[in-house]
Design a binder for this molecule. Structure first.
Ligand SMILES: Nc1nc2c(c(=O)[nH]1)N[C@H]1C(S)=C(S)[C@@H](COP(=O)(O)OP(=O)(O)OC[C@H]3O[C@@H](n4cnc5c(N)ncnc54)[C@H](O)[C@@H]3O)O[C@H]1N2
Ligand code: MOO
Length: 410
């Protein structure tokens, strides 16, 4: 029996020597801004307007001259004349003079002659007059013209992965369309003699394909196009033919299963036949996800993900998603932790491997605790129960209960 040796890589190697070498799509399309979530901005965008376009009040209260409130207190209020009212959305057509105040709502324009706003809570109205019981300084409670964004400012950098905050900013500036890189297209091939479709009843020792269909849905949620193009039996020739068939029409090929080194694990052998440079790494120093295959055929990335559902799930997040983001033209492609959580139990580490442990998070006494869900990589149930994973870095001998750990939310 031929047993292949694996070319192992650390997580760091994979990001710096594989993912970072993956090229990005160059074709650009123009989209409605509202359709652009999870897409990647294809050009730097500069603002054509100032934000805000006028001095605006940040509170409900009275616009006035700060100087007129000097020394004011509840026992010695400053008495000002109410000159007029500012209406929201309307440019005030009157000016304030010293000794006068104007009612202004939150978001209303500051009238000429005023330089601050005192909150209504610190005032008392008396007919045509208002008592000011607290001094304000110049600029207080005022958002100045162009303080947020100046015309000509770069508001989005090429390579930005667009989130709702970006869409909100674009809409605020009236930018109804945006240029983005076209969607990356992924082909997913499932493998295994024992695999049946999820809607079929498996015989004893058969398994439903839960991995590839879930992956398609998950990838599409992240702004890519994914097709589960075929299922192939454990046969090197069929896998090679299938890979050859789909290689040119997609930006990335993912093969699910058969990534290990058993005699019937053909993924690595079929990939190697496709062309150069071939397999860059076969094996990651991580658990789960160890037998992942990282290959490049010409400039096209091909990934072999382990078939075990948990390993498949973790590899998709830590290896596949970064490759997809890089292909899509995103500047940031390495996964960032969502934050830190406190471990509820000791978690031992695995010697010589970066360890991702599924956890359930619990919010207690103002802190976020993580309950480790120990199980095998073949267990599907605990992916469903987990809120995410914690990472135990290479060389760290486990993390004790009460200590902080990096947390990646699913
Ligand atoms: N001698 C060794 N054996 C194994 C090693 C090793 O280092 N030496 N590594 C183990 C690890 S770790 C993993 S992970 C698995 C990965 O194996 P493969 O990628 O070759 O996956 P398969 O053998 O095809 O399947 C494993 C398991 O997953 C089920 N599976 C496969 N595809 C799907 C699917 N689409 N949906 C749901 N479940 C699927 C399959 O039926 C198997 O039960 O290798 C270890 N072995
Ligand atoms: O590394 Mo495997 O991916 O333990 O299950």
């Amino acid at each position: 029996m031929k047993v292949e040796s694996l070319r192992f890589a650390t997580l760091e190697d994979i990001y710096s020597s594989y993912v970072s070498k993956v090229g990005s799509v160059t074709e650009i399309e123009t989209l409605d801004t509202l359709e652009s979530l999870e897409r990647v901005c294809a050009k730097d965008i500069f603002s054509l307007e100032n934000l805000p376009g006028f001095d605006k009040s940040l509170v409900d209260g009275y616009a006035l001259r700060a100087l007129d409130t000097r020394g004011a207190s509840s026992s010695m209020p400053a008495l000002l004349k109410i000159a007029f009212e500012v209406h929201i959305g309307k440019k005030p057509d009157k000016k304030l003079i010293p000794g006068e105040a104007a009612w202004v709502p939150t978001g209303g324009a500051i009238p000429e002659g005023a330089d601050a706003v005192v909150m209504v809570e610190h005032t008392q109205g008396f007919g045509e007059f208002v008592e000011i019981m607290k001094p304000v300084s110049a600029g207080e409670n005022v958002m100045k013209f162009d303080e947020d964004i100046k015309r000509g400012d770069r508001i989005l950098e090429k390579g930005t992965l667009l989130k709702s905050g970006h869409v909100q900013l674009l809409l605020q500036l009236g930018l109804m369309q945006i240029e983005v890189f076209r969607k990356v297209k992924v082909a997913i091939i499932s493998t295994g003699d024992e695999i049946v479709e999820p809607w079929q009843k498996p015989d004893t020792a058969q398994v439903r394909d839960s991995n590839t269909y879930t992956l398609k849905a998950w990838i599409e949620k992240h702004g890519f196009v994914a097709e589960r193009v075929s299922h192939v039996k454990d046969d090197e020739e069929s896998l090679y033919e299938s890979l050859k068939k789909f290689l040119n029409d997609y930006d990335l090929i993912v093969i699910a299963g058969g990534s290990s080194i058993g005699p019937r694990d053909y993924t690595a052998r079929a990939i190697e036949r496709l062309g150069k440079p071939g397999i860059i790494y076969h094996g990651a120093l991580v658990q789960p996800g160890k037998p992942t295959i990282f290959a490049m055929i010409g400039e096209k990335p091909v990934l072999g993900l382990p078939g075990n559902p948990v390993s498949f799930f973790v590899s998709s997040r830590f290896f596949l998603l970064p490759v997809l983001r890089k292909l899509a033209g995103a500047n940031d492609f390495t996964p960032a932790p969502s934050g830190f959580v406190i471990l509820a139990k000791n978690v031992p580490s695995i010697q010589g491997r970066e360890h991702f442990v599924r956890v359930k998070t619990v919010f207690k006494n103002g802190k976020i605790f993580a309950e480790p869900l120990f199980s095998e990589s073949a267990h599907v149930s605990n992916i469903a129960n987990a809120d995410g994973v914690i990472r135990i870095p290479l060389g760290v001998e486990g993390i004790n209960a009460g200590e902080f750990a990096e947390f990646y939310q699913f």
